[in-house]
Design a protein around this ligand. Structure first.
Ligand code: ZN
Length: 337
């Protein structure tokens, strides 16, 4: 099977996965329903664990839009402290991988914290919180942007690079800052490809790009077998196979699912965290209630998406590419794995 994989993605998205207030509102509502179920029935998942995915950790600034893919520092502290007070135990991702590889059980309520892309505020804002709460984390670096004074090309926040907004809110880490994170002993550096592109249907470019990222992590940071997360959370079985040949030890996606015992670490999902998440909603996600609700919502959304001219047009283009409407290429059907 070579069809591309689409997952719920909290990354800055390529055009066809653009920011959607409707989708974010539905996710917010789902989280609250899941919270109620978790409060009533307790954890749904037994023997598994969850992985949280963060990106930017920044204050909000007056006069500019709220930062995207962001959790404020105060909210990050509240979320993590709230999970700890509920009995959740943060484990380094590499420890979870090693335990699963060895077939050893993982404690109930274990979870891992990850950050994607490599924002400078992961050092200035997030690390002090991680240190004060003793929470380990993995930071997946898009290595091409280390030391860049420009915003990430996929940063869709209007405040990125804008006058009056401190650059620490949007700029990538410098190499020295990434070393400081590593030296903290709490943060492990992982791979997120070199240039953070949309690699579906571009397997050889993916292979070369990931190889460059792995080389930089080894040569500049001494990381021999890095953990890896797919940019945009998108992969195909072909890309998964290439990742397994590229010297990385996992391939995380962004499908909002708990990891179950025995599951291939190159298909582990993660829960994207927003500043709207409370400790209760995160506990519900990690407890396994969010995922089945999200799947149910998607099952309803798919037929509804055919209602209306755009949905019908895309459907017809998929069914018969020769009838593709002017200016549109037929897109392969998205399949989740
Ligand atoms: Zn990313």
């Amino acid at each position: 099977m070579t069809a591309p994989v689409a997952t719920d993605c909290a990354h800055p998205a390529p055009a066809k996965l653009a920011h959607s207030p409707l989708r974010e509102g539905a996710a917010w509502a789902l989280a609250r329903v899941a919270t109620g179920l978790h409060a009533t029935f307790g954890p749904r998942t037994r023997g598994g664990f969850g992985i949280l995915m963060y990106h930017r950790v920044s204050e909000e600034y007056s006069g500019v839009d709220c930062p995207t893919i962001n959790v404020t520092p105060a909210r990050l502290r509240e979320q993590l402290a709230g999970l700890l007070s509920r009995g959740f135990t943060p484990w380094p991702l590499e420890r979870l991988i090693a335990s699963c590889d060895a077939g050893q059980p993982v404690p109930a309520k274990a979870f891992a914290v990850t950050f994607d892309d490599g924002f400078a505020n992961n050092l200035s804002a997030a690390l002090p919180i991680l240190e004060s709460l003793c929470v380990p984390a993995t930071l997946f670096l898009a290595t091409a942007f280390l030391d860049s004074p420009m915003p990430f090309p996929n940063d869709n926040w209007s405040g990125a690079g804008a006058a009056g907004v401190p650059d620490v809110a949007w700029r990538p880490l410098t190499t020295d800052e990434a070393h400081q994170l590593q030296a903290s002993g709490l943060v492990s550096l992982g791979a997120h490809t070199h240039t953070h592109q949309f690699f579906v249907e571009r397997p050889e470019e993916f292979r070369a790009d990931l190889s460059q990222c792995v080389s930089i992590l080894r040569e500049r940071f001494g990381v021999e077998r890095p953990m890896f997360s797919f940019p945009f959370g998108l992969a195909t079985p072909e890309l998964v196979a290439i990742a397994k040949q590229s010297g990385v030890c996992c391939g995380l996606m962004t499908r909002p699912d708990c990891v179950l015992p025995g599951q291939d670490p190159f298909r582990w999902g993660r829960f994207g965290v927003t500043t709207a998440d409370t400790p209760a909603t995160l506990a519900a996600k990690l407890g396994g209630w969010y995922s089945p609700l999200a799947r149910s919502l998607r099952a309803v959304q798919r037929p509804l998406a055919l209602v209306g001219p755009r949905g019908l047009r895309e459907h017809l283009n998929r069914r018969n590419p020769s009838f593709a409407f002017a200016g549109e290429k037929s897109k392969p059907t998205a399949i989740e794995i």
